[in-house]
Write a protein that binds this ligand. Structure first.
Ligand SMILES: NC(=O)c1ccc[n+]([C@@H]2O[C@H](COP(=O)([O-])OP(=O)(O)OC[C@H]3O[C@@H](n4cnc5c(N)ncnc54)[C@H](O)[C@@H]3O)[C@@H](O)[C@H]2O)c1
Ligand SMILES: [Zn+2]
Length: 342
């Protein structure tokens, strides 16, 4: 069995992300190394797929999905930890999609002011992105991921066996994040075995997180393709999955960089080819007006930066945030983008 290992280098908070088949069976070694006497296993997978930590444990069944990514669920998890008698020296295990690792990660960060958490991400998106880097969060009615903490896991086990039961659309969703890695430093991953694509995407994220754990600068490049991606998710009432929005947003980022004279025509074309090559959508969905997308992007940015459209774009110095992109350029590129059914 081939196991790949990526180190997230964060000093005394460093940890390993391991990628390969059957890795859930190595959880007891990780728990033993942590010295945990008891473990709460928050699992969104069925019992036969829920990992055994090898010590006294409480399994808390969870549901993946945004509807349980709430403070109420985090409180419920903490109450069950307390009823079980979880205390310092113990640990939490999170097994599920990114919604489950985010919520259980936040519960671990808060309970007793922080217990070690081991992530076993079960979706492709969670393996390449959500479980690595230490951001945890839950949603509020006012918006997604508004309440959270930085809480690095003690270890991440990307057991590729989990992906065998993943629906096709969720596989595609994860590829949206892998495709954008092509342009932010991972190089060409097309045609490689899936485990290698996961490892390369994780290695890229690990290197960026190690340089900028708390999102002060470099970590922004991870948002490649995300500005339009987020607007598309919202404009379609989340009918488009996150990775699909990022895919279309990546094609758009290439075209916008071309429009601004930052990259040449062949690099623009490469964006579409790479995204299409992963079986991802490249065209704007039907029925979403360009004006609405610009409004959504402007709103999104205003909240964060106080005005001006900023995009993470490719260019002569590589990928970097580009502030004050003129709105007419954005509108022109959107108007020229191919459309579904058009
Ligand atoms: N913390 C971070 O840095 C970070 C980064 C990216 C995304 N996220 C968060 O991650 C979440 C998205 O993650 P996601 O796409 O995994 O969503 P998810 O947790 O909702 O899972 C997606 C779907 O896949 C199903 N699923 C998961 N594993 C499965 C398996 N092995 N077999 C069959 N079905 C399975 C789930 O039941 C669900 O229907 C979002 O809430 C996002 O905010 C966090
Ligand atoms: Zn993303």
């Amino acid at each position: 069995m081939t196991v790949r290992e990526v180190e997230v280098a964060l000093g005394e908070r460093s940890y390993a992300v391991r990628i390969g088949p059957g890795l859930r069976h190595t959880l007891p070694e990780i728990v033993a190394r942590l010295g945990a006497r008891r473990v709460a296993v928050v699992s969104a997978r069925p019992p036969e797929w829920t990992p055994d930590p090898g010590v006294e444990s409480l399994v808390i069944p969870a549901r993946d999905g945004e509807r349980d990514k709430t403070l109420a669920w985090v409180e419920e998890l903490c109450r069950r930890f307390a009823d079980f008698g979880l205390a310092r020296g113990d640990a939490v295990v999170a097994c599920g999609g990114g919604t489950t690792t985010d919520a259980a990660g936040l519960a671990a960060a808060l309970y007793h002011r922080g217990l070690p958490v081991v992530h076993l991400p079960t979706s492709l998106l969670a393996q390449v992105d959500a479980s690595v880097g230490g951001k945890t969060a839950v949603n509020l009615p006012q918006g997604k991921n508004l309440v959270g903490a930085y809480w690095q896991p003690a270890a991440v086990l990307c057991d590729t066996d989990y992906l065998r039961t993943l629906p096709d659309r969720e596989v595609t969703n994860g590829y949206g994040e892998i495709a954008r890695c092509h342009f932010i430093g991972a190089g060409d991953l097309r045609g490689l075995p899936l485990a290698e694509q996961i490892a390369a995407s994780v290695a890229l994220k690990a290197s960026i997180v190690a340089a900028d754990e708390r999102d002060a600068g470099r970590r922004h490049v991870l948002n490649y393709g995300h500005t339009l991606g987020h607007a598309l998710e919202r404009a379609t009432g989340f009918r488009l999955r996150h990775g699909e929005g990022v895919a279309i947003g990546t094609v758009f980022a290439g075209r916008l960089a071309g429009e601004l004279g930052r990259i040449g025509a062949s690099r623009v074309a490469e964006h579409r080819e790479v995204v299409a090559g992963y079986g991802l959508p490249t065209r704007l969905p039907a029925g979403v007006a360009a004006g609405e997308l610009v409004d959504l992007m402007r709103l999104d940015k205003k909240r964060r930066t106080g005005g001006g459209l900023t995009f993470v774009l490719d260019g002569p110095r590589g990928v970097e945030p580009v502030p004050d992109v003129p709105e007419h350029a954005v509108s022109a590129v959107l108007a020229a983008m191919p459309r579904e059914g058009g």
